[in-house]
Design a protein around this ligand. Structure first.
Ligand code: AMP
Length: 471
């Protein structure tokens, strides 16, 4: 990570020995910028507003000071009464935070648990009954447990709201307010958010006391480490293009994003029919199916994880070499979140976006947000000049009408489009503007799209393509 050049060391941050030992064992040698900036304030007991997105190391930024504070006070874990509460928007993120707290606090007498929907309430209640120091929760399940008397928040000393912007996007504002109302007024609060829309600032005003604001990496610099490309393609060719790209074995661990749940299932089936081990992660899956999908992707058994935005929130899988946007998101922030799944913790990564004519407006919004234009790669067999030429300027109803990745009506997640729902390729050639050329690495056209694109899409060192923009 570029920002790591700040010379702060973990030993400068005021952390106690058992915590330093645990982070050393994790292989962290320097604090990330958000850690360097937030940890000293949190240890000093201040409220902190952190503007940072996932992948910046923000979990440790709040988890380490919480562990330190709780261990120093050394109270006993109390039945149903956590001393620290972390709210996260999704189950996956809650589970990951729990795992991180467990890792960082492994040498401390601290007990933590995560509660979220879709998992056994009974087990969660049993954990709470045993006594708990740090509770990590999604808002809905926490409110359920509070209503049933299984969680009492009157002993909370530290409250963390993680990914506040997403939380509000997902409609949790009322639950968050209900929860906040039960917290002691004297407490420490930390709020993390990748963006600061008005709704989040209002929450900050309501819930925080003279917060110190720490901010890292304006979005544009965070995405700089990721090599980004766009492939113009018709909707009906997207699946075929994906298959061709995945012929490249350098693409080891791939996260594919679709707009809809059905789209995710369709793409997964398509890949499996072609012998590529893929698994889907989306909101229609049960908790255990989601966990299975993630475990299979983490272990490398499945090379491809096909996910929707919401399901993918907070996924933290090391070594994702590529993110492929099968559908472009209609919210530029989602693009940033998606591609941030690769290039975790200082690694480099590649993000490939498919863009059909209807998605040109989304692409424009994304480029405006990240303040850079994305290189166009025309060197693939399904390049659609028509999509490239479409500026997206005149499209009606573009933009944010489909909030939060809940599935827009028009995207269809790559259903093959038009009349070509069942296969990769239409039987007749659609799109008079379509070029069917294919060039392997040496740049010479082979004439057919059947050649192996070996290394073309994969090599991180592979250099940027084309860069020509028709519009
Ligand atoms: P987060 O933004 O909290 O989801 O963290 C992103 C990833 O960075 C996780 O895989 C962490 O394990 C990793 N990480 C956090 N802090 C550091 C650090 N100081 N050095 C190296 N990796 C880290």
């Amino acid at each position: 990570m570029k920002e790591k050049e700040t010379m702060t060391k973990f030993t400068d941050l005021g952390l106690d020995k058992p915590i330093l030992k645990a982070i050393q064992a994790e292989g962290y040698d320097t604090p990330t910028p958000i850690q360097a900036k937030a940890i000293p304030h949190l240890i000093a007991g201040k409220d902190v507003l952190g503007i940072a997105q996932t992948g910046t190391g923000k979990t440790a930024a709040f988890a380490l000071p919480i562990l330190q504070k709780l261990a120093q006070i050394n109270g006993k874990p109390m039945k149903f009464r956590p001393r620290a509460l972390v709210l996260a928007p999704t189950r996956e993120l809650a589970a990951q935070i729990e795992a991180s707290v467990r890792t960082y606090g492994r040498d401390l007498p601290i007990r933590q648990t995560a509660v979220f929907g879709g998992a056994s309430l009974r087990n969660q209640v049993r954990q709470l009954e045993r006594g708990i120091d740090v509770l990590i929760a999604t808002p809905g399940r926490l409110v359920d447990l509070m209503n049933q008397g299984f969680v009492k928040l009157d002993q909370v000393e530290v409250f963390v709201l993680d990914e506040a912007d997403r939380m509000l996007d997902m409609g949790f504002i009322h639950d968050v307010k209900k929860i906040a109302a039960q917290l002691p007024t004297v407490r420490q609060t930390a709020l993390f958010s990748a963006t600061m829309p008005k709704t989040v600032s209002r929450l900050v005003d309501d819930m925080m006391h003279e917060p110190v604001q720490v901010e890292v990496a304006p979005r544009a610099t965070t995405v700089e480490r990721i090599e980004q490309k766009v492939h113009f393609v018709t909707k009906s060719d997207k699946r075929a293009l994906l298959s061709v790209i995945l012929e490249d074995e350098a693409i080891e661990r791939v996260l594919v994003f679709t707009r809809t749940k059905h789209g995710a299932d369709r793409v997964t089936r398509h890949l499996e029919q072609r012998g590529i081990i893929a698994t889907a992660l989306h909101g229609n899956k049960t908790q255990s199916a989601r966990e299975k999908a993630l475990a299979s992707f983490r272990s490398g058994r499945a090379r491809v994880l096909v996910a929707t935005d919401i399901a993918a929130r907070g996924i933290d899988v090391d070594g994702v070499t590529h993110v492929i946007n099968f559908d472009l998101p209609n919210e530029p922030e989602s693009y940033v979140h998606r591609i941030g799944r690769t290039a975790r913790a200082g690694a480099e990564g590649i993000a490939i976006s498919f863009c059909d004519g209807e998605e040109r407006a989304y692409l424009r919004d994304i480029e405006k947000t990240i303040r850079q234009s994305i290189d166009v790669d025309e060197e693939h067999p399904y390049h659609a000049q028509a999509a490239a030429n479409d500026t997206g300027e005149t499209r009606p109803n573009r933009g944010r009408q489909h909030r939060g990745g809940k599935g827009g009506g028009n995207g269809g997640g790559g259903n093959g489009g038009g009349n070509h729902r069942n296969g990769d390729r239409p039987t007749s050639q659609p799109g008079e503007n379509k070029k069917r050329h294919f060039r392997p690495q040496n740049g010479k056209p082979s004439g057919k799209p059947s050649g192996k694109p070996s290394g073309r899409f994969g090599g991180k060192q592979g250099g940027k393509q084309g860069g020509k923009r028709a519009a």
